[in-house]
Write a protein that binds this ligand. Structure first.
Ligand code: HMG
Ligand code: MG
Length: 298
């Protein structure tokens, strides 16, 4: 019933660092991505082309993408909110363009300053522009289970946004439990709704581990046929416009689980830990992953 292969999409350099208060030098971000490129990952979300006033940490997005050493088998992606961002992302020759919005109205307003319905035409323009430049497009939907302002979100709201994004030509949807409130029964209910209409290949899951439920939710998702998961090394991460959001599920903790169950990822756990040790030393504080805690206690 469980898959034999799973793809992990590393979002640490973007989702992890966007929430990090300590200023991180461009050279250190480049070094982080270069270390991640040696782990066997096939996908790295490198940075974000949002307004630097909103996310000053990632203001050097063009430089980072231009300075990393690229591997031909790795997709180097970035967040893009609008045409202004797309222009910079194409200038930096991003491989994949990642648009984003929320399933809940109030989180969408707080995060990107628009209503849900006013967001669609903005993203559609980006999708058209990205496709014209021969780029694939990923679409994030945030707050798919819980919203910091509205509480529980009904699956129908997620389906509504999913329909629109797929109709625009988005290649893959990443479903975000932005504030890490989900439990497996809720994941089951959400996926039942979506998988009635679309094949599992359309979806990736993006769990934050605020309440320690991310791995349980990933197990539930795999049992329902999902084979793509977002994670961040060290458990770095969070959304600065979602109060109480903490890190993504830690890549190395997820790898421990998958390796132990003989579910292949192609990623070397040891090399992932080396990259996590590097960034831990740069941010200057203990990262939340269990594997890192084990290393520190050795
Ligand atoms: P806005 O202020 O509504 O934008 O922001 P606007 O279109 O009205 O433009 C205002 C000014 O900003 C203009 O400049 C634009 O040129 C400029 P002016 O003419 O006044 O001088 N501008 C830009 N500059 C640089 N880059 C740009 C850009 N866009 C406009 N891309 C906007 C709208 C979406 C840009 C803003 O709200 C924003 O940047 N929000 C970012 C929020 C964010 O980054 N959140 C975190 C990422 S999402 C997340 O973490 C969740 C996820 O991980 C999944 C999950 O966990 O659920 C993906
Ligand atoms: Mg996130």
């Amino acid at each position: 019933r469980l898959p034999t292969h799973v793809t992990l999409k590393e979002v640490g350099p973007r989702d992890g660092l966007q929430n990090e208060a300590t200023h991180i030098a461009t050279a250190d971000k480049v070094q982080l991505v270069n270390l991640l490129s040696q782990t066997g990952l096939s996908y790295i979300e490198v940075t974000s082309f949002v307004h630097p006033k909103w996310i000053p940490q990632l203001a050097d997005a063009v430089e980072v993408l231009q300075e990393i050493k690229r591997h031909k088998d790795i997709t180097y992606a970035a967040l893009v909110p609008n045409m202004h961002g797309l222009e910079r992302a194409l200038q930096a020759d991003v491989d994949e363009v990642n648009v984003f919005m929320s399933a809940s109205e109030s989180h969408n307003q707080n995060n990107i300053n628009k209503t849900i319905d006013a967001t669609f035409p903005i993203l559609e323009e980006v999708v058209i522009g990205a496709k014209a430049a021969n780029k694939t497009v990923r679409g994030y939907i945030s707050t798919v289970i819980g919203c910091p302002y509205e509480g529980y979100i009904e699956p129908e709201k997620v389906l509504y946004v999913t329909d629109k994004l797929l109709a625009m030509g988005v290649d893959e949807i990443s479903l975000g439990d932005t504030i890490g409130v989900a439990v497996p029964t809720q994941v089951e209910r959400l996926l039942e709704t979506l998988l009635k209409r679309y094949p599992a290949e359309h979806f990736a899951m993006h769990f934050h581990d605020t309440r320690g439920t991310a791995l349980a939710n990933i197990m539930q998702s795999m049992e329902m046929g999902i084979t793509k998961f977002d994670s961040a090394l060290g458990g770095l991460g969070g959304c600065p416009y979602a109060k109480g959001a903490s890190g993504n599920v830690a890549t190395e903790d997820l790898l421990y689980l998958l390796d132990g169950m003989d579910i292949h990822t192609g990623i070397d756990l040891q090399k992932m830990l080396e990259a996590a040790q590097f960034i831990e030393q740069i941010v200057g504080k203990a990262l939340p992953s269990k594997q890192m805690a084990i290393l520190r206690n050795e």
